[in-house]
Design a protein around this ligand. Structure first.
Ligand code: NDP
Length: 257
């Protein structure tokens, strides 16, 4: 019989694989999950931020592993999941956080940029989910958390492949949640709203879009990365075991308007 107590958020003994988990918002997910007891495995293309996140995770009393891989390369997903299993022996939580965005005007948009974004944000995410699901199905438990965006729901008139990929992430979250429920694997998404990060710096400073966005947010404020950490822990923990197939917006109410 499922129970609820203070331990329901405890992630001790769990292993979380986080793509892009050493910098940007991914860094916050690594910190949050290790704070609640999970060991962390980071897959990224570059080594930026590795030393710092190692220090933080180890200060939280947890172990950390790394692999340098481009998630769009054929075979990368299996290589990454194999490396997690080799280091830790199991994989309990996958956070599909790696993502890129390319902006351009509609008639100038380049085909190669379409393919680049779809490849990281959707194909890479699918391949890793598929590789992780095979391991989690054997374990008879797992959590897959896909990072969506406001563009999982809304248009983005200079970021077409980004909007298409993030809508796709929502669709895959639902389909995978349905397909993997019999294996006790929950598949959910987290959709950050307008969060103050490097990725959004130019938007914050844009004299037109900056104020427009703030006025559209019912809370009246852009978010900060720390505000995504609690929802991430919830979706990774047993407290959310009866939640599957949802994309949780963390947006100060942006989508309400
Ligand atoms: P960053 O650009 O700061 O970080 C992106 C991360 O993805 C990096 O760690 C990068 O790895 C990794 N990555 C990109 N391409 C690949 C690849 N081919 N293979 C492996 N790793 C890769 O972005 P954010 O932290 O801002 O965004 C993280 C996620 O959150 C994205 O999915 C984004 O769409 C989403 N998001 C962000 C919002 C925001 O306000 N910032 C709002 C809504 C959603 P490396 O460190 O090696 O470069």
């Amino acid at each position: 019989m499922p129970k609820f107590d203070r331990n329901s958020y405890n992630l001790e003994g769990k292993v979380a694989l986080i793509t892009g988990g050493a910098r940007g918002l991914g860094r916050n997910y690594s910190i949050a999950l290790s704070m609640y007891g999970a060991d962390i495995f980071v897959a990224a293309e570059n080594e930026e931020g590795w030393d710092e996140i190692r220090e933080i995770v180890e200060a939280n009393g947890r172990q950390i592993g790394f692999i340098k891989q481009d998630i769009t390369k054929p075979g990368a997903a299996d290589t990454i999941v194999d490396a997690v299993i080799e280091k830790f022996g199991h994989l309990d939580i996958l956070v599909n956080n790696a993502g890129i965005q390319i902006r351009n005007d509609v008639l100038d948009f380049k085909d190669e940029d379409w393919y680049k974004v779809i490849d990281v944000n959707l194909n890479g995410l699918y391949m890793l989910s598929h590789a992780a699901a095979k391991v989690m199905a054997k374990q008879k438990h797992g959590k897959i958390i896909n990072i969506g965006s406001m563009q999982s729901y809304r248009a983005g008139k200079r970021i077409f492949p980004y909007a298409a990929s993030k809508h796709g992430v929502l669709g895959l979250t639902r389909a995978y949640a349905d397909a993997l429920a019999p294996y006790n694997i929950q598949v959910n998404g987290l959709a950050p709203g307008y969060i103050i990060t490097d990725m959004t710096r130019s938007l914050q400073q844009d004299p037109v879009r900056g104020p427009e966005i703030r006025e559209h947010i019912p809370s009246g404020e852009w978010g900060v990365p720390e505000q995504l950490m609690g929802p991430m822990v919830f979706l990774a923990s047993e407290a959310s075991d009866y939640v599957t197939g949802v994309m949780l917006p963390v947006d100060g109410g942006y989508l309400l308007r």
